[in-house]
Ligand binder design. Structure first.
Ligand SMILES: *[C@@H]1O[C@H](CO)[C@@H](O)[C@H](O)[C@H]1NC(C)=O
Length: 269
């Protein structure tokens, strides 16, 4: 029992110390489904998520959808079949689906399990201990499935303790994801609404400019190239300005966004 308390104290001290230096949170990694041994793992030095130095950069244009018919390759415009690039947060308002992971990506990343690993490589953890705070959003990806509920909610770096989750000081990055796989547009692409929130004491409200910030945080890490366990990924990026209307109209919390959607094609290295 004493040993447990000592270990717990060490963990808390370690976390507090890390949280007080400049950009410390990258040093901490939490996996979901914690068991005591895996939890203790994080005391050991862990080189996860180091950006790849001088790694292969693939041609940016190769696998990205082209403006015309090439779009069929990796994803379909949801608007072509009654969908939209805002989710349904409430009856009237939605949050922008501002990142698309193209169906031309690494097939593993397109699976549920692989996508979770990929999200962890970027620095998100699955929502703490499976608890879902806040309500679920729907989206219509124009694939014939109509409105469906988000499949996946990821948040950045929680510190799990006593069955609750404390968001890190750097915290607040999160995203929701849906899969475009209905029979009318079966691309297998992930459509993602990324945003930056205040910490949980502010009830997960989005920060000013939080949609653009949340998207850019995701994208910056994706194109940098990162890893989870022994799997490395790096994404090609293309921007689309014509899928979402710029501004705050219909946008949840009345927070304006710039209307840009990042199309990522994720390659396994
Ligand atoms: C679409 O993908 C999700 C997530 O992998 C899965 O749960 C669902 O059954 C799939 N739907 C279809 C129509 O294949």
């Amino acid at each position: 029992m004493k040993a447990h308390i000592a270990i717990f104290r060490a963990l808390v001290l370690c976390w507090l110390f890390s949280a007080t230096v400049a950009s410390p949170i990258d040093a901490l990694r939490f996996d979901l489904g914690l068991t005591v041994p895996s939890f203790l793992n994080f005391l050991l030095p862990d080189p996860l998520d180091v950006p790849i130095p001088n790694h292969r950069v693939s041609a940016a244009s190769s696998a990205t959808p082209d403006e015309s018919a090439g779009e069929m390759v990796g994803w379909f415009d949801p608007r072509a079949n009654g969908g939209r690039l805002l989710d349904y947060t409430t009856k009237k308002y939605g949050e922008p689906l501002n990142v698309i992971i193209s169906g031309s990506s690494d097939p593993y990343v397109l699976t549920d399990e692989g996508f979770h690993d990929y999200a962890k490589s970027l620095g998100y953890s699955e929502e703490c201990l499976g608890m879902h705070s806040g309500h679920l959003h729907d989206a219509n990806l124009g694939d014939g499935n109509g409105r469906t509920t988000e499949l996946f909610l990821a948040r950045q770096y929680y510190f799990p303790i006593w069955g609750t989750c404390w968001e890190s000081l750097a915290g607040g990055q999160h995203f929701r994801a849906w899969k475009q796989n209905g029979t009318m547009a079966n691309s297998g692409a992930w459509f993602i609404g990324a945003s930056k929130e205040h910490d949980s004491s502010r009830n997960h409200a989005i920060v000013p400019d939080g949609y653009n910030l949340g998207r850019d945080w995701f994208v910056d890490r994706a194109i940098e190239g990162r890893r989870w366990k022994s799997m490395w990924w790096k994404a090609d990026l293309a921007w689309r300005n014509d899928l979402l209307e710029e501004g705050r109209k219909g946008v949840n919390h009345g927070i304006a966004q710039d209307g840009r959607v990042a199309i990522l094609t994720v390659h396994r290295l």
